[in-house]
Ligand binder design. Sequence first.
Ligand code: DQA
Length: 162
Amino acid sequence: MEKILLLHGPNLNMLGKREPAVYGRQTLDDIVAAAGSLATELGVEVASYQSNVEGDLVTKIQVAASEFDAIVFNPGAYTHTSIALRDAVLAAGLPVVEVHLSNVHKREEFRHRSFLAGVVEGQVVGFGAESYLLGLRAAVSILRSRRPVPPRARPARKRSTR
Ligand code: DQA
């Protein structure tokens, strides 16, 4: 069964209380529970980790490379500042889906730039808690479409004409 890490950056532990007009009233636990139900439906396993500390997130991504198949990542404000997280994602070599609750492109200009954007599979932004669920679906479909074709189903190799 595929294992997917839900990774959350700074201040996301404050969801529910933090700027509800922007981020909604659901807590991080609510979001993780909803992702857990979807994971069961999709037949994957999820685990969740939140940190306010950039280095802890880097370490978690490094460790995740050998423990997980993909990451659904909301890097919070580090999205807009962190080369270290970008490098960690590159080094891990896992498919990563970047998610944001808010539509960062509709907000302040400094939120328009993501240092992660160039190294992730794709981004889901602006759907509130649903961004995580869409991100999880995307991660599962990426993993399943990459699964190697079983040898018997593989088309016969073309012989070289030379
Ligand atoms: C966020 C957007 C970031 O700009 C912000 O710093 C956050 C949350 C989002 O989910 O919308 O902390 O990542």
